[in-house]
Design a protein around this ligand. Structure first.
Ligand code: HEM
Length: 509
């Protein structure tokens, strides 16, 4: 008969094993990075975010130790593939929305409604939305940014909550905008000093005069902002849900992810309701600004590259003709439109530094020690600008993604622009559908040109980097509309189709 190992001996063995493992790992060097200053390490390299120096450029050769807080930036596809994909069991955590059973339950619901096969059922929403968008561009090309926001916001509000009324949409798009400000400003670790000095959490944020909205302690300003943002995020989570519940109660609710999710719950599954509510709020919060960034980047890239427009329009003419708008069934026959979107996401990824992951255990990569709790950033921008994979990386060249005999194509930019591993963006299929239809339809109807200043000089489209995570594109400040949408002379019947769409059309399926 086996003799059981005495408990103290087993505990001792385990302690020794863990200690020696820790010793072996922790004696390895930390990954290399720029030399920091004493005590604060590389802090100043991270928290500044000057307009003219996009923040992500600073990370190009990183592995940092900031005030004892470990931050590793993965700048190559090889490193993200190895750590965030192959070792994703260790690198799927985040400081918020931890990698947990709760997260897994959310993710399951999310995938059910936004996986590739599921998003096909939202085609009617995109079709109506694009008609409204084209109509607005035709009548008021000045407000391109606002129209793109409405297009993305309306799509998500209808799909998640069934909201179609113009007034409600306008209100909720604004609520999401406010809530997203917190995300954009704070999503990447290091946006606030508190990420490095946790004691700042305990500093009161106002001093003496209650209304004085000034942080009195350097670095404690995040608390003021956090208080305001908490309210915006709570509004985003609760306000559309309240409206949904009351419209379900009075029988006026439109079919949506929310109604479907609630109807499928059995009476003993009430505890799942907050999950469905949260999935809807996250979809609505995470999907709007990111999709707008892709839409605007695509259109402004086309303004800058008229030869790309001409080639795409020739493809559309041949496949679709000029008597109807392109539709999803044309997609396989319009590879150049797909290539335009891939190239846009490559050159201008909406989230250049993706969203931070966090290691759950000590690890060694290529001889370097990555301690448990390290913030790990997949640098999508660096990967998508690697000239070995994408020659002439600063040029807009959609044709690099076209399949041709005897030529291999580089990896699809979506592999990196939507993040990594188990946390990869679950809304990517929906976003790409919305962007594809919009770009194809705009190109089938309009020539997009540069605008002119008062002296008749062409205005150059300058891409600006917004502070924070999302890389929104717009023309240089103060120059009015970034693009001039001229109806194409050969699109004979389509203008009538768009003109007859009332500006306030509700999108009904
Ligand atoms: C062009 C549009 C979009 C881009 C570029 C984008 C990009 C990203 C990126 C880079 C991440 C982080 C992945 C990671 O941590 O590795 C992410 C996460 C996420 N995205 Fe998107 N996204 C877009 C649209 C959408 C849409 C339309 C939705 C919702 C319908 C959505 C929902 C989410 C959610 C819920 C997460 C968090 C996933 C998690 O933490 O597990 N996104 N997205």
């Amino acid at each position: 008969m086996d003799t059981p190992i005495p408990l103290p001996l087993a505990v001792l063995t385990a302690v020794f094993f863990l200690y020696f493992r820790w010793r072996r790992l922790s004696t390895q060097p930390l990954p290399p990075g720029p030399r920091g200053l004493p005590v604060i390490g590389s802090l100043w390299d991270i928290v500044t975010d000057k307009d003219d120096k996009p923040r992500h450029l600073k990370y190009l050769d990183l592995g940092k130790n900031v005030c004892g807080d470990h931050l590793v930036v993965l700048n190559s596809a090889k490193a993200t593939d190895e750590l965030l994909e192959k070792r994703s069991i260790n690198y799927s955590d985040r400081p918020v929305m931890r990698y947990s059973d709760k997260w897994k339950a959310h993710r399951r619901i999310f995938n059910q409604y936004f996986k590739q096969q599921a998003v096909v059922s939202y085609y009617p929403v995109h079709r109506k939305g694009v008609l409204v968008f084209l109509n607005k561009i035709l009548n008021n090309p000045e407000s391109l940014n606002a129209h793109a926001r409405d297009y993305a916001g309306a799509m998500i509000l209808q799909i998640t909550y069934g909201i179609t009324s113009e007034e409600e949409k306008a209100y909720f798009v604004q609520v999401a905008d406010l809530a997203n400000q917190s995300f954009i400003a704070g999503v990447n670790h290091g946006s606030f000093m508190v990420d490095y000095f946790p004691f700042l959490k305990h500093i009161p944020y106002r001093f003496f005069v209650i209304d004085l909205q000034v942080a009195w302690f350097p670095g404690a300003g995040f608390k003021q902002k956090a208080a305001v943002w908490a309210k915006h995020v709570s509004d985003m989570n609760h306000n559309p849900w309240r409206l949904l519940k009351s419209s379900m109660a009075n029988g006026t609710a439109m079919p949506s992810v929310a109604t479907n999710g609630l109807e499928r719950l059995n009476s003993d599954q009430e505890e799942m309701e907050p999950f469905i509510q949260h999935v809807c709020a996250v979809a609505y919060g995470a999907g709007a600004d990111t999709t707008v960034a892709l839409l605007l980047a695509s259109l402004l890239a086309l303004v800058r590259n008229p030869e790309v427009q001409t080639r795409a329009q020739a493809e559309i003419d041949e496949v679709v003709g000029s008597s109807r708008l392109p539709d999803f069934q044309d997609r396989d026959k319009l590879p150049y439109i797909d290539a335009i979107l891939k190239e846009t996401q490559r050159l201008y990824p909406a989230l250049p530094l993706s969203i931070d992951h966090c290691s759950m255990d000590d690890d060694i990569y290529e001889g370097y020690f990555i301690p448990k709790g390290t913030t790990v950033i997949g640098n999508a921008w660096a990967i998508l600008h690697d000239e070995k994979t994408y020659p002439e990386p600063m040029k807009f060249k959609p044709e690099r993604f076209l399949k041709e005999e005897g030529k291999s194509t580089p990896p699809d930019s979506a592999l990196y622009a939507f993040g990594f591993g188990r946390r990869i963006c679950p809304g990517r299929f929906l976003a790409l559908d919305a962007a594809w239809l919009m770009v194809a339809c705009v190109l089938s109807v309009f020539d997009i040109n540069k605008t002119f200043d008062a002296e008749g000089n062409e205005i150059e489209v300058v891409f600006e980097h917004s502070p924070g995570a999302i890389n929104l594109k717009k023309a240089k400040k103060g120059l009015g509309s970034p693009a001039n949408f001229g109806l194409m002379s050969n699109s004979s019947e389509i203008p009538g189709l768009i003109e007859n769409v009332p500006g306030g059309l509700a999108i009904l399926t």
